[in-house]
Design a protein around this ligand. Structure first.
Ligand SMILES: Cc1cc2nc3c(=O)[nH]c(=O)nc-3n(C[C@H](O)[C@H](O)[C@H](O)COP(=O)(O)OP(=O)(O)OC[C@H]3O[C@@H](n4cnc5c(N)ncnc54)[C@H](O)[C@@H]3O)c2cc1C
Ligand code: SF4
Length: 537
């Protein structure tokens, strides 16, 4: 299949890029063909975010979004920033980066569904349920992507559902896969895109959506917390967003540079909900959804080269998240729009040129200035919570992001785990099944569809490493950092341990691809349409 432009990923970045391209074609009375591939069963199925939206990019892309019925229902009315101890919640001044006046609390999944309808009305073809699994090259230029085969069994044999993957060709391919995109990782290697930047670092975000009683609901309230249950050497914090319909989005984000292999992010999240600030609100409430996803934390220092012949990177695939704000949607959208402005002139010509104008546009944009000002906050947290907060306050109030220095992070998250024998094990409280839950019941609320019989999409480079290194040295950290219980160590009758991979549980958060200490796990997209079906997350 031939197109002018292919977009890989129907998140805010990919949808904005495609919409802007179609708008430019309409303005110039040209016909161009644009398609978007999305691995989720429908647009929004794999989308998970907080989310507080900074709406400027949306205003610019679709100025009449209100009249068009965009699902922005909950303007932020009030911000709180709290330091949690085990029993108390102590209010702190809201840092400028966490001031959300003028922003809106949304479900990003619903916004993406709406953007997809808008895109289709502009003539863009969207193919949900199709994962791009291979980059296609002509000479040394990207000339498109191929989707994965469907209907293979565990051994790779064709079943009666078999459908061969499709090759899609385009003059320009926009990669909008979000954080730790699998094809994006390959492009980094192929074109040495990360040669001049810091390594990307990440966090794992877990989120639940609850319906709470009227008396606990304060529509428009945005709460961020730091401190308990995390210790002062572990970067992270929580968010509590009161949407409309008595919905409350609760989440915990933990930096994946944590050191203790016994730390279990999922259990930290369950424990967080037992805090006296939160538990009373949840006791008579109903949990509606659960999910998890990695976020970028490297900031501007970790942004790679963005272009290569025939294609470019947008959104969190490139790493445009503003870490102190914990906001990436507006930058994902804006980068998609700048990519469209840069790519559109190229598709008027044949060939797979490198879109050099894009990087220049990004570097002179407000997005770049915003990331530049935010650049030192996250690296300063390496010193621990209190020194990090002190530096952040100085950076925000006195230096205003214009310090004459830039901090760098030189290590990848995979290298940060210390050995188990140097670490303290952590005892987590039992689940009460009212506020805190086991992974199995959480996964029911992620609505995962994943045929058991399909090939395993979690590839081990070396099958012995999980037991001979990870188990021996790090007490099998994959059994804890995976928020979906995919990895288990089973012991056979002779007492020999082996790693079992329950790939059908995978919520596609990418934490294992990032955190495995030996970088032995390679995440590849499973059959298109598999995985969670979030919808409203
Ligand atoms: C817990 C959490 C809370 C957050 N809170 C906020 C917030 O409050 N405000 C804010 O602004 N930002 C927030 N963010 C960040 C925000 O969600 C991201 O910055 C934003 O979603 C990035 O958009 P994107 O389009 O680059 O990627 P994504 O939103 O990740 O979208 C990528 C899309 O591409 C698809 N895809 C990926 N690979 C392929 C492939 N190979 N083939 C086909 N399809 C593919 C995926 O299924 C997905 O639909 C939060 C993130 C998390 C995880
Ligand atoms: S297997 Fe990996 S990508 Fe899937 S849920 Fe677990 S950590 Fe996330």
């Amino acid at each position: 299949m031939d197109f002018d432009i292919i977009v890989v990923g129907a998140g805010p970045a990919g949808l904005s890029a495609a919409i802007r391209c179609a708008q430019l074609a309409k303005e110039n009375k040209k016909n161009i063909t644009i398609c978007i591939l999305e691995k989720g069963a429908k647009v929004g199925a794999h989308i998970i975010s907080g989310a507080v939206l900074e709406p400027h990019a949306l205003d610019e892309l679709i100025p009449d979004w209100k009249a068009e019925g965009a699902p922005l229902h909950t303007p932020v009315t009030h911000d709180q920033f709290l330091w949690l101890t085990k029993k108390r919640a102590i209010p702190l001044p809201v840092p400028p980066s966490m001031n959300n006046q003028g922003n809106t609390i949304i479900s990003l999944g619903l916004l993406c569904e709406w953007l997809a309808r808008y895109a289709e009305n502009l003539g863009i073809q969207i193919f949900p349920g199709f994962a791009a699994t291979e980059v296609l090259y002509q000479d040394d230029a990207v000339c498109g992507v191929a989707t994965g085969d469907k209907g293979l069994d565990k051994e790779g044999r064709h079943t009666e559902r078999y459908q061969a993957g499709i090759e899609l060709y385009a003059k320009q391919t926009i990669f909008a896969e979000g954080c730790r995109g699998s094809l994006t990782q390959q492009l980094f290697q192929r074109f040495s895109l990360r040669r001049h930047c810091d390594p990307e670092t990440y966090a794992l975000g877990m989120k639940e959506l609850w319906e709470v009683p009227e008396e606990f609901h304060r529509e428009g309230l945005v709460v961020h917390t730091i401190g308990w249950p995390l210790n002062t050497n572990t970067y992270g914090g929580s968010f509590i967003y009161h949407l409309h319909k008595r919905w409350v989005a609760l989440g915990l984000v933990i930096g994946l540079d944590y050191k203790n292999p016994y730390l279990n992010p999922y259990e930290e999240f369950q424990r967080f909900k037992t805090h006296p600030l939160i538990a009373p609100m949840l006791e008579k409430s109903k949990r509606l959804a659960y999910g998890a996803r990695a976020l970028n934390e490297g900031g501007i220092q970790a942004i790679p080269k963005l272009t290569f012949p025939g294609g470019l990177l947008v959104g969190c695939g490139a790493g445009f998240l503003n870490v102190p704000q914990m906001k990436g949607i507006h930058n994902a959208m804006k980068s998609g729009m700048l990519a469209a402005d840069s790519v559109y002139p190229l598709v008027q010509h044949e060939g797979h040129q490198e879109c050099v104008a894009y990087e220049a546009r990004i570097k002179t944009s407000a997005l770049w200035k915003e990331l530049y000002r935010a650049r030192n906050i996250r690296p300063a947290m390496k010193w621990g919570l209190w020194p990090g907060l002190l530096y952040s306050a100085m950076d925000a109030y006195m230096l205003r992001g214009c310090a004459p220095w830039t901090f760098h992070v030189r290590t990848e998250d995979a290298q940060s785990l210390q050995k188990a024998n140097l670490s303290c094990s952590i005892a987590y409280p039992k689940h009460d099944h009212k506020i805190s839950f086991d992974i199995t019941s959480s996964l029911d609320l992620a609505h995962i569809h994943h045929p058991e019989n399909q090939p395993c999409h979690l590839h081990l480079k070396n099958k012995d490493i999980p037991t001979q290194v990870n188990l021996r040295d790090y007490a099998a950290p994959e059994t804890r950092y995976c928020p979906a219980g995919v990895y288990e160590i089973l012991v056979d009758v002779c007492g020999n341990p082996a790693l079992q991979i329950n790939s059908a549980n995978c919520v596609q958060c990418k934490a294992c691809d990032i955190k495995d200490p030996m970088q032995n796990i390679i995440w590849v997209p499973p059959e298109g349409g598999s995985g969670p079906n979030y919808g409203v997350m």
